[in-house]
Design a protein around this ligand. Structure first.
Ligand code: NAP
Length: 269
């Protein structure tokens, strides 16, 4: 195994299966879409930027594009309708996400709601809309993208980190709700990844605690995509990526992780 993960449930077959990836126009989502397509999946690429989705789709045989803004319940419902019109997905990767790293008192009014809208509410709404069809087939898998920041407290990233904690909580709740239905859940939690996230959310990279080097430093999107796809295929419940991040998170008490982040991260002026 390339990654340390909590115990597995039923393995998930990807070859020939319909696999949805949200946030597929950039970064980790685009890399995951490539990796999953390379393993034979028919990927459905979801995001707002049509040009990027269509360019990626042109590279990936059997892929299709759903353009939509997942920041509202109506946008999620429309995307879910389009996804289901093409067939019931085997796997849904809830990866779309955004949010600047800001302390609670730096966050402009209303921005916390935006940061909860995508990833957390988008993942909730898409899960709600797609799950009945997946249960009817008695199989499938929801895959939730969070971050190692959902396993500790990071100074100067209140809205971002709380939304990743919410995604982690959602994954556990969905697993509890869907026990016995044949629909499984995988939580993916990368440490720092070299993606355009930091261009899309300015001021964020500067706040990553220096202690993150203990977690293996900055991983490439292709590495995270390969390890994430391995975890999905194996039916893992939780995969903290890469392996060194998993070892640190699994062997260090959460208060010590938060202390390390506080000592080596952003400090309030
Ligand atoms: N990069 C890291 O170091 C890192 C580490 C751990 C976890 N993560 C998490 O991984 C997830 C993906 O991040 P990334 O690094 O790949 O960032 P990214 O390159 O900025 O990609 C974000 C993706 O989310 C999509 N998205 C954002 N808002 C959306 C909306 N309203 N509706 C539909 N799609 C939306 C974007 O597409 P459009 O703009 O085209 O809509 C884009 O495809 C995020 O939740 C991030 O927190 C990242």
């Amino acid at each position: 195994m390339a990654t340390a993960s909590a115990s597995a449930s039923t393995p998930t077959k990807l070859s020939g299966q319909r696999v949805v990836v949200t946030g597929a126009s950039s970064g980790i989502g685009a890399a995951l879409a490539r990796e999953l397509a390379g393993r034979g999946a028919e990927v459905v690429l979801v995001a707002r930027t049509r040009t990027a989705l269509e360019a990626l789709s042109a590279e990936l045989p059997g892929s299709s594009v759903v353009v939509g803004d997942l920041a509202t319940a109506a946008g999620c419902a429309a995307a879910a309708g389009e996804i289901l019109a093409g067939g019931v997905p085997e796997v849904v990767v809830h990866n779309a996400g955004a949010g600047r790293w800001l302390a609670v008192d730096e966050t402009p009014e209303g921005e916390a709601a935006t940061m909860m809208a995508v990833p957390y509410l988008a993942a909730f709404e898409l899960t709600r809309a797609l799950t009945p069809a997946m249960i009817a087939r008695r199989r499938g898998r929801h895959v939730y993208m969070t971050s190692v920041s959902a396993f500790l407290h990071v100074p100067g990233a209140a809205g971002y980190s709380a939304a990743r904690w919410a995604v982690r909580g959602l994954a556990g709740q969905v697993r509890a709700d869907l026990r016995g239905t044949g629909v499984g859940v995988t939580l993916l939690a990368p440490a720092e990844v070299d993606s355009p996230y930091f261009d899309h959310n300015p001021g964020t990279r500067e706040r990553i605690p220096r202690a993150t080097v203990l977690m293996g430093g900055r991983a490439s999107t292709t590495t995270i995509a390969r390890l994430g796809a391995d975890a999905v295929e194996a039916g893992r419940r939780t995969a903290i990526l890469p392996r060194q991040a998993a070892l640190v998170v699994r062997t260090t008490p959460p208060p010590v992780l938060s202390w390390l982040a506080a000592r080596t991260g952003w400090r309030h002026p």
